[in-house]
Ligand binder design. Sequence first.
Ligand code: GLU
Length: 489
Amino acid sequence: MVNKVTAIRVRFAPSPTGELHIGGARTALFNYLFARRNGGTFMLRIDDTDLERSNKEYIDKLMDAMKWLGLQWDEGPVYQSQRVSEYLNEINRLVTEKKAYRCYCSVEELTAGREVARKENRAYLYPGTCRNLSPETEAIKLQEGIKPVVRLRTPDEGETIVNDLIRGEVSFDNRGLDDFIILKSNGQPTYNFASVVDDLQLKISHVIRAEEHLSNTPRQILCALALGHELPVFAHVSMILAPDRSKLSKRHGATSVEEFRSLGFLPEALVNFMALLGWSPGGSEEGSDIFSLAEMIDVFSLDKAGKTAAVYDTEKLTWMNGQYIRDCKIETLAEVARPFFIKRGLLPKKNGEDELQYLSKVIELVRERSKTLVELADLSFYFYRDDFSYDQKTLEKAFKKNGAAKILGDIAQQLQELKTFDRYTIEGLFNDFCLKSEISAGKIIQPVRLAVTGLGGGPGLFEIMELLGQERTISRLIRAAAFIQDEQR
Ligand code: GLU
């Protein structure tokens, strides 16, 4: 069972029966990193033999999600549905070589056997009823129109050992493995068999996949041995649990790449976050968990993947996303954030150069406080719309003080006189105003900020005013002064 690895070839093999889940995406990422780190080939295989559950729409979405994450495959997609004849050839070969056999047992017979096992409190194993049928008996069964399944003849004793790069040697007692089905009665090969034929024929050197497939591996090894091929190296990546350590599911919020995308996460952040689920770069460097894809490729190795389940922590993801938003090149950020501004109704679908420049400036100011692109658009509202309402809590403090309306009116009047309207000139004006009126800066800034943005906090007030421009700033101050007077009446 020695593996002679000549070329590194790995595959990600999703079943297109739903959106790309974070667990699947993490498996894809580990395969990708492993291939890139070792100068290997990363293949995409679509496990679509279950025609009823597989869906073309999901295949497209899956590929979209992988591209969005930056996990470009080198070969494929290879569709299992297009390789059925390969599987059937191999099954026929195994039957001819007596390594597999047709089984004619009826569903009723099998169910009855299962029922007995259940009552006796033991696991059901197929008893091998059809293991040694004579050709005559088989001919009769076929004549009766019974559609057989094909089962692999498995050893009755000994053990099958999985040499796993992450888990070490895991042995399975062959007595716990029955002659399992490799071809269903509807003519479809089973996942375990098809997957092995693909891995062998497509010369996959390393099978890196989710831990839940570890229990399939002894069966797959038996298939590979029957087929007479070398085995790939296996690496079963630990599962991902929800923060409460239960199985990750919909009730824990977003779980698919697509959902994270529409919630305003950046692909770089999601990739960074996923890489650290069940893997760590090791070393003694304290602190930063932030790695670019290129940096991850440099340090990736499977011996640093953990055996224990990884706990998925959305707060960490959100924090990371905030870091990426903060550090992203402004043009890139504006480009990826634009659809969120359109969705929020702040921008039309098509944008001119001026709009794009304005967007970049807005984002430059707001991004520091935004953890997602949705939040970035939300917090930019007042740069686009005048019809905001005032934050109630701040309003109590800032507008309900005596003199607030007068302060706003006076500032508006003085701003009107400015010849240049930039942050420095505005700041100078505020300083003078404080000195002359003997009112503290805080008492002035707070109502002005609320008047101009509707909010109690945010980016530097003078920068906001500069970007809004003289006219809009002043009209907002006047609107707020009028609002306060109305309230007081
Ligand atoms: N189609 C299987 C899955 O999505 C592939 C498992 C494997 O990598 O062998 O879980």
